[in-house]
Design a protein around this ligand. Sequence first.
Ligand SMILES: [Cu+2]
Length: 433
Amino acid sequence: MATPDDDEVKKGVSRREVIASTGVGMLSASLLSTVPAVASGALPERSAHSLEVPNGALLPWKKTAGAKVFHLVAEEVEHEFMPGLKAKCWGYNGRVHGPVIEAVEGDRVRIYVTNKLPAATTVHWHGAIVPNGMDGVGGLTQKSILPGETYRYEFELKQHGTLMYHSHHDEMTQMAMGLTGLFVIHPRAPQSRVDRDFALLLHEWKVVPGTERPDPNEMTDFNLLTMNGKAFPGTAPLVIERGQKVRIRLGNLSAMDHHPIHIHGHRFWVTQTDGGVIPQSGQWPESTVLVPTGSTRTIEFVADNDGDWPFHCHMTHHVMNQMGHGIPNMMGVEPHGLDAKAMPLLPGYMTMGQAGMGEMAHMQNMPVPPNSVSIVMAKGKHDFITMGGMFTVIKVRQGLKSYEDPGWYENPKGTLATYATEAELQRDGIKVG
Ligand SMILES: [Cu+2]
């Protein structure tokens, strides 16, 4: 039975099909961007079901025999975390993480899972209220899916919210290798409408510099922290027209860490967990939300402050890339260019400079081991940005023509921190010694 909700979702798919028919590749779901084609001169229309997945994709579906039919293929994927850093991970449909499954409360979904991995696997629908035999736990609720086999999962969606899916067979290995994704179920009768609806999955990895696969045995020392599989500066900015009501769905399938995700220039309300909607009377304003591992948190806010605003994990080691971890403390010691000499010989070697990491910006072009990236550093408008990892930028603007990256924010006169002049110091009685 068609409902307005169904129609809206189908519209989303047909829009992607339009993109596909113009040359992106009809069946190659993994290549299809979730950002719709932008008509010149007008921002694309949004509905309650226009989920946006920065750096990611939605899983296509078709309606057959009374169900929405999806097909996940678990396989090895060469994944780029950021320019200069790739690894052989495990993902779904050619992607890390898997494409987002998007459906509507009340839908019957039939999800085929094909295993093209060299190991057995299963898929668990995290947070979903399903019959026990559809829960996807290898050995306990089903036989594991052997390499080459395809299994069918089928169930009715009895709830709405931001859920996830992931391997539940040899979880330590398979989730560390990337077999994870988001599962978003829209309400059949939405109570709260937003202009923009983003989905971000948080993850952590250990990729030893110079190696080509994540290390699934790591317990504590993760050196790549990602949003939708990308470490900054590989993360796409979230481009928002001023005044839009924004929802960001955050899921965390990191092995060992919670992530306190912090916004600048705004505050938000935490509106949902993977258990469902929080009643309005139970919501409170925050600028940081802790997303525990194995859970989702959904935040909503009005983007009412123009600028380029960081949106990032507040654990300082989670906004560093590969080489910011597990190194000797050289604070106060002058390394005399030791790094430049040692790094090509000793993968992963880096001393900490006499005044910390920020000074390493000038080493951008320093030789590093193959397939590794310097600790931090992306060029910003004013200087190097001394952050990497679980970090992206929310760009709020007025008068956007499209949701493409609008470039750096132009600060209105008198609203930029600048070098204090002698006259200013004297006027205000500030003595700097
Ligand atoms: Cu974190």
